[in-house]
Design a binder for this molecule. Structure first.
Ligand code: ZN
Length: 111
């Protein structure tokens, strides 16, 4: 798998470490709607139409766990109005769940 990387790689890291660095998990405490954020390069190819102006938005590489539904909403940036939109859709559901499974601690797996 080839990934876009920044040029500042002056040190050598093992493959396993690289894959870790690809992903980031954060708890969000002060948000009424979402409770976790995951950053993953695997989200970067995703696209969606902006609901306001119809422009193609591209994923920012972040997804958020929606408290109410336990679904993962992918964050998109609209190039036209500069707005960030978090959106869940059935087409990306399998992808987001797979990413979550890879990064969440093994003890939390209950499927
Ligand atoms: Zn827009």
């Amino acid at each position: 798998m080839v990934l876009a990387r920044s040029s500042s790689s002056s040190f050598i890291i093992k493959k396993a470490d690289m894959e870790q660095a690809d992903m980031e998990l954060e708890d969000i405490v002060n948000d009424p709607i979402v409770s976790k954020r995951i950053k993953s390069n695997k989200l970067l190819g995703l696209k969606k139409r902006c609901p306001d102006d119809g422009a193609w938005m591209t994923s920012t590489g972040y997804m958020y766990l929606i408290k109410a539904t336990s679904d993962w909403a992918v964050e998109y940036l609209c190039p036209k109005d500069g707005e960030l939109i978090r959106s869940w859709s059935p087409e990306v559901d399998a992808t987001t769940r797979q990413i979550a499974k890879e990064i969440l601690p093994k003890t939390k797996r209950n499927e």
